[in-house]
Ligand binder design. Structure first.
Ligand code: IPE
Ligand code: IPE
Ligand code: MG
Ligand code: MG
Ligand code: MG
Length: 306
């Protein structure tokens, strides 16, 4: 895949953004497919890994990482291994999130979930394999220095683990069938979804060698983006079209989940989302990269219908 010219990430029209997303998605898809093929043995486990990786997905986290790295002037090749590792962790989190013992969902990315297509044990193991592969591909990347690789693996582990996404998932499960405060819900969302999105932004800024001041603002932007993303996910679980979102509508209500619309109503949830859109835009401006495709990505993520 050829490198994109700088003009390609200074976009203004909707059509151009779609083209940008498509090109980046193709790049990530190609990379993920070859990594899974090269790093696993042919057989049932590899089939299950391929199945979930190739089921599609919007690839928003790796795209955000690449776009941020580019906004700070880095070559996208430098960000590709980390972007792929991040999407592997995200895909593993979805495989496990759908398991009968968790959200018990049958459809994902428009296809039967891994445990439906294969079986529960295979789904658990495919998730485990994607999780571990993510660190390996970053550790073995030749574009980054050893110091960069250690930093990025550490940050990705923190964002994914027991004080990050996994903690958020635990709290999400513990928030079923009970009332929680808005503050508690925000904490769940910040972790279960926010941490990986924030990692995308921070890793991109780090690879692009952003200044400390810019990093501080990008962290605020990434945190706001995480909340925007999960609030919209909660909204789509009610108002979305199952064919478009590729997963069931009404899963949250069926599982008696704590969500933004449940706590604040649909309008209240939308207001919260708009508040965080303003926070994200302001931080991006302060970081000095609001001219990049990132501002369009904020808008796109907050209004997405799938
Ligand atoms: C779904 O994420 C899970 C959440 C964290 C809300 P995405 O909406 O990014 O799912 P894919 O990757 O496009 O399938
Ligand atoms: C899951 O949140 C976030 C993860 C860490 C996987 P949800 O349970 O709301 O995600 P969907 O709606 O099933 O995609
Ligand atoms: Mg869940
Ligand atoms: Mg779920
Ligand atoms: Mg959801």
């Amino acid at each position: 895949m050829e490198n994109l010219s700088p003009s390609l990430f200074r976009r203004t029209s909707k059509l151009d953004l779609q083209q940008y997303l498509l090109e980046k998605r193709n790049l990530i898809n190609h990379q993920l497919q070859s990594l899974v093929r090269d790093y696993s043995f042919p057989g049932r486990l590899q089939d299950a890994m391929h199945y979930s990786i190739e089921a599609g997905g919007k690839r928003l986290r790796p795209i955000l990482l690449l776009a941020t790295a580019e906004a700070f002037g880095a070559n996208e090749q430098k960000a590709l291994a980390v972007a792929s590792g991040l999407e592997m962790i995200h895909t593993y989190s979805l495989i496990h999130d759908d398991l009968p013992s968790m959200d018990d969902d049958d459809m994902r990315r428009g296809m039967p979930t891994s445990h439906k297509k294969f079986d529960e044990a295979t789904a658990i193991l495919a998730g485990d394999a994607l999780l571990t592969l993510s660190s390996q591909v970053i550790a073995e990347d030749t574009e980054l220095t050893a110091e960069q690789r250690i930093h990025l693996i550490r940050e990705l582990s923190k964002a994914s683990g027991a004080r990050g996404m996994v903690e958020g998932q635990m709290l999400d499960m513990q928030s079923e069938n009970r009332e929680i405060t808005l503050e508690e819900l925000e904490y769940v969302h910040r972790n279960k979804t926010g941490r990986l999105l924030n990692f995308a932004v921070m890793a991109g800024a780090y690879i692009g060698d952003a200044s400390l001041e810019a990093m501080v603002e990008m962290e605020k932007m990434g945190e706001a983006l995480g909340l925007i993303f999960q609030i919209q996910d909660d909204i789509l679980d009610i108002t979305g079209d199952a064919d478009k979102i590729g997963k069931p509508v009404g899963s949250d209500e069926g599982n008696h989940k704590s969500t933004y619309p449940k706590l604040l109503g649909l309008d209240g949830a939308k207001e919260q989302k708009e508040y965080y859109v303003r926070v994200a835009e302001q931080s991006l401006e302060k970081a000095g990269v609001n001219e990049s495709v990132l501002s369009e990505l904020i808008d796109y993520l907050s209004r997405r219908d799938h």
